[in-house]
Design a protein around this ligand. Structure first.
Ligand code: CP
Length: 315
């Protein structure tokens, strides 16, 4: 007898926790929610009565706002708190703050933090569900899911695709989550960037480390540039942004090596003229703003799967 699939997760901490079936279930759920954002009345009652707190210790435009929009489109009550406006400024510890948020009985806390592992740490102290909205250099699972959704929309499947990730791999939680998601779905992931932006374990994650950007991009179906995460570097790891742009920036000449219908992606925010030329970011094949649109749909799906279905959550 065929086993009935159930999404069993209480928290979303990283792509690492997901099976292939989980990823397809999230993507299919996101597809079913996407059209709500095209309606004139963009609201459904799915999460009426649920309380969602956005707790962001690092700046964010896309992730924070799209989680809030997703929650509001599903009728949840949403609240935002940032490190700069919280009592963390007065010396309260992270765990004390989280326990105080928990005392107000939220159903879900969405957290972004500069330290890897913070969302996982909080699951050991509070009962509410936790979604990781980006933790240090570790993972950014909702970004990887929206990237996967965007590629799947255009290419049908990730199976056998060649996907190039170019830039600051070492400090990028997006790179780590995307390598895990793309390889789980059968893509070949190539990474390239300055040696100071690489880490030794990338092949263990399933990525192929290329010796040049040209090698990574050759015959690629998808080319994704990653932002230089200067906030995670104590000392500069590249000589200058101008040289970086010259050797690692995505431009039309480099894209001659990729497939003619290659998708051009960037998780944002873009440093135009550094990681990617403006005419590439705004040009043929660019799906950068589609990634943002799909971010709302993916986050609606995650909210529904985590707090919109009753019972049976184990993880
Ligand atoms: N991609 C991403 O995480 O963007 P924000 O930092 O604006 O949320």
């Amino acid at each position: 007898m065929k086993e009935i699939y159930r999404f069993q997760h209480k928290h979303i901490l990283g792509i690492e926790q997901f099976s292939v079936a989980d990823i397809y279930h999230i993507l299919d759920t996101a597809v079913s929610f996407k059209e709500i954002s095209n309606r004139s009345i963009k609201k459904v009652p799915t999460l009426k009565g649920k309380t969602v707190i956005n707790f962001f210790f690092e700046p964010s435009t896309r992730t924070r706002l799209s989680f809030e929009i997703a929650a509001k489109r599903m009728s949840a009550d949403t609240f935002n708190i940032s490190a700069s406006t919280s009592s963390a400024q007065k010396g309260e510890t992270l765990i004390d703050t989280a326990c105080n948020l928990e005392a107000m009985k939220p159903d879900l806390i969405i957290i972004r933090h500069g330290s890897s592992g913070v969302p996982g740490l909080l699951t050991r102290h509070i009962d509410a569900s936790i979604i990781n909205a980006g933790d240090g250099t570790h993972e950014h699972p909702s970004q990887a899911l929206l990237d996967t959704m965007t590629i799947r929309e255009h290419k049908g499947s990730l199976e056998g695709l060649k996907i190039a990730l170019v830039g600051d791999i070492a400090h990028s939680r997006v790179a780590h989550s995307n390598i895990l998601a793309f390889t789980k779905l059968g893509a070949e992931v190539r990474v390239a960037g300055p040696a100071t932006f690489m880490v030794p374990h990338l092949d263990l994650l399933g990525a192929r480390v290329c010796s040049s950007v040209e090698e990574a991009v050759t015959d690629a179906d998808v080319v994704m540039a990653l932002r230089i995460q200067q906030e995670r570097q104590d000392d500069p790891l590249i000589p200058s942004l101008r040289e970086y742009a010259q050797f690692y920036g995505i431009n039309h000449s480099l894209l001659q090596h990729a497939k003619p219908n290659a998708l051009i992606m960037h998780p944002g925010p873009i440093n135009r003229g550094v990681e990617m030329n403006p005419d590439v970011a705004d040009g043929k094949g660019s799906v950068i703003l589609e990634q943002v649109t799909n971010g709302v749909a993916v986050r609606m799906a995650l909210l529904y799967l985590i707090i919109g279905q009753e019972g049976g959550k184990t993880e």
